[in-house]
Design a protein around this ligand. Sequence first.
Ligand SMILES: [Zn+2]
Ligand SMILES: [Zn+2]
Ligand SMILES: [Zn+2]
Length: 164
Amino acid sequence: MTSHENEDERVVQVLAQLASSGHRITNPRRHIVAALVAAGGHMTAEEVAVAVQAHDPSVHLATVYRTLETLERSGVVIHIHLGHGRAIYHLADSSHYHLYCQVCGSVQEIPQAALDNLFATVARSYDFEPSLGHFAILGTCGHCMARSGSKGRNSGGTSPESIA
Ligand SMILES: [Zn+2]
Ligand SMILES: [Zn+2]
Ligand SMILES: [Zn+2]
C-alpha cells in the first residue's frame, strides 16, 4: 500500500467525522482536509491556502480562515499558538504537545503522556488542572543551545549571547 492510499483513507475518515457532526462536505472543506493530511504536520492558514489553491485557485484566503473555523468547531481540526500570534493548524486526531524553539523556530512534537507526571504534580499540589494543548512550550532546542554554548543556563529568559 502506498502512502498516498493511506492519505486518501485518512481524508475519507476525517470527512466522515465531519459529516457525522452534521456538516456538508463542500469543496473547500475537502481540499483543506486533504492539504492538512498531505502535510502530515502543522500548517499556518496561509500555508493551507497555498496548498488548497494549487488544486482550486477559486478558494480565497478568507474562505480558508472561515473553513478552518468550521472544521475546528466540528472537532476535526485544532490550532495551536507557537509564539506571539502565529497559529498553526493540524488534524485533531493526532494530539500531542509542542516544543517551540524561540531561537530557530523549530517545532518538536512530544506525546501528551510525556507530561503526565508534571500534570499529576500540579493537580495534586495546587488543586489545578493545567491545559497546555493550546500553546506550545517555549524554550531553546538542543541544537541552538550547543551553538550558543549556553547549555545548562536556560532560565527561560532570552540570553544576549544566544542572539549574537
Ligand atoms: Zn502538532
Ligand atoms: Zn487560539
Ligand atoms: Zn533551535
